[in-house]
Design a binder for this molecule. Structure first.
Ligand code: NAD
Length: 460
């Protein structure tokens, strides 16, 4: 026993020390309510809000949520310290969350959830009062950016500056009436058509001028993002749209100490890809091709049936393998592999997507092998806990003196298909590296030792 203690203390001396012990005191306590504002009250948003309420009422468990179920190891393996993340970091409690949203349709969250058809009516009826009370605010919407849908609940304004001002007014009004002490915006709206960064996106000055001129490179999602950041509210982007991944938003986020992250929730097929591909690379197995196809029948599938919206999604899904496999470092294994992604809108399937992957790999002496994956998944069931974790972690980021002024929160890459990074940095897609980065960030914020998994000290 004494020998073990001695080993553990030697281990503590040689292990990497986080340089930020003093930062522990730099995290404000989560006092009061946290207001969650959601542009896009569809399948994902309603499954998230309904889920939070069901969990609060003890009707279900927060499966899939790292903040609610995850633990974090602290110190040596011999220390036996593995608190729950939510307790270690003092995250906002589920009981403190209050909600609002915007949508082009007039359905409240109860009707929208019933139409989305993800959760059973029986469960929705048990939590109806809360859901029915979340009525959508009028949306900033333009059919040119999302071709397959149109709705009546839309703001009118003389230009994009005017629309942004109306969203800012919504934010201030919600803060006042809900009594929230802090706010977060998370985009759960449909995928907008493919846009590339333009001169209008390069600075706050250029963006504000472009808004007065109704510049078409400013999509509705950017107007919500601008309004939120101007109000000092952090913004997460669950869709693959550019939205906050442009210099103007980086600048605003830093200036107003409102953290940002995105893009495109990592669920379904891409989640599986970022679990399998690191495994192939770890074992130096080659890849000849990866063919992914999906059938999906919800409104998201309908929107993605439009080539413009699909291109936005495709770009987000395709980049993953190149970054994980690094063909430039392993030319014999990964040069020129074929990667195809298809999404087919097939109404009978609803939210219960089916994703097929055919993976052609090769091993010793180049001998080929195949892997087939058939994932019968539920998209919104996978996305809802991601929304919850992002809300709680973005709130933590804003309460942290070290994170609130840095803009992009790369440590939240774990949750995204196309993680945002500082300009010039390639994104980290490997799910396991992303998880290590996230947990080490939490340890660092609390002044705990970072875990390198070296472990030689146990054999002194
Ligand atoms: N479900 C998943 O697993 C998953 C994964 C990654 C990304 N996403 C993305 O999340 C988003 C939401 O997915 P979903 O399944 O809930 O889709 P959905 O179609 O059910 O909901 C989207 C909602 O956004 C609304 N909307 C569109 N434009 C808007 C605007 N400008 N302002 C306000 N509301 C607007 C629509 O009316 C709709 O109700 C999509 O962009 C989707 O691609 C979903």
């Amino acid at each position: 026993m004494a020998k073990r203690q001695k080993r553990a203390s030697t281990a503590a001396r040689v292990s990497t020390k986080s340089e930020s012990r003093h930062h522990d005191s730099g995290i404000q306590a989560p006092k009061g309510k946290l207001g969650v504002m959601i542009p896009g009250m569809g399948a994902v948003a309603t499954t998230f809000v309904a889920g939070v309420e069901a969990i609060r009422k003890g009707l279900a468990k927060p499966i899939g949520s790292l903040t609610q179920m995850g633990t974090i190891r602290l110190g040596k393996r011999t220390d036996g310290r593995s608190p729950k993340i939510k307790e270690f970091m003092s995250l906002a409690r589920l009981d403190d969350l209050v909600f609002t949203g915007w949508d082009i349709f007039e359905d409240d969250m109860y009707s929208a959830a019933a139409k989305a058809g993800v959760l059973e009516r029986d469960l929705l009826d048990k939590i109806k009062p809360l859901l029915a009370a979340v009525v959508p605010r009028k949306a900033v919407f333009d059919h040119n950016y999302i071709k397959r849908i149109d709705g009546p609940n839309v703001k009118k304004g003389k230009n994009k500056t005017d629309l942004a001002e109306q969203v800012r007014e919504d934010i201030r009004e919600f803060k006042k009436t809900s009594g929230a002490s802090r706010l977060i915006t998370i985009w759960c709206g449909s995928t907008e058509t493919f846009l590339e960064p333009t001169a209008a996106h390069q600075s706050v000055k250029a963006f504000e001028k472009a808004m007065t001129q109704n510049d078409e490179s400013i999509a509705p999602s950017m107007i919500y993002a601008y309004a939120s950041l101007m109000e000092g509210v952090p913004f997460a982007n669950g869709a693959p749209n550019l939205t906050v991944d442009i210099p103007v938003m980086h600048e605003l986020a830093r200036r107003n100490e409102a953290p940002i992250c995105g893009k495109d929730f990592k669920t379904g097929q891409t989640l599986i890809k970022t679990i399998l591909a690191p495994g192939f690379k770890a074992r130096m197995l080659g890849l000849a091709g990866w063919f992914s196809t999906n059938i999906l029948g919800n409104r998201d599938g309908e929107v993605l049936d439009d080539p413009g919206s699909f291109k936005t999604k495709e770009e987000s899904k395709l980049s993953v393998l190149e970054h994980i496999l690094q063909p430039e470092l392993y030319p014999d294994l990964y040069t020129g592999f074929t990667h195809k992604v298809r999404i087919n809108y097939y109404p009978p399937r609803g939210d219960n997507k089916e994703g097929w992957d055919n993976i052609d790999i090769f091993g010793w002496l180049g001998y080929p092998m195949q892997i087939k994956v058939d994932f019968l998944c539920r998209d919104s069931i996978l996305a809802a806990p991601i929304v919850l974790d992002l809300v709680l972690f973005l709130d933590l980021a804003q309460r942290s003196s070290e994170l609130r002024g840095i803009g992009i929160q790369e440590w939240l890459s774990f949750y995204f298909k196309s993680p945002m990074t500082a300009p010039g940095l390639y994104p980290e897609h490997d799910l396991f590296i992303q998880l290590m980065k996230l947990k080490n960030t939490l340890r660092h914020l609390k002044g705990e030792e970072l875990i390198t998994h070296l472990g030689l000290e146990y054999y002194d």
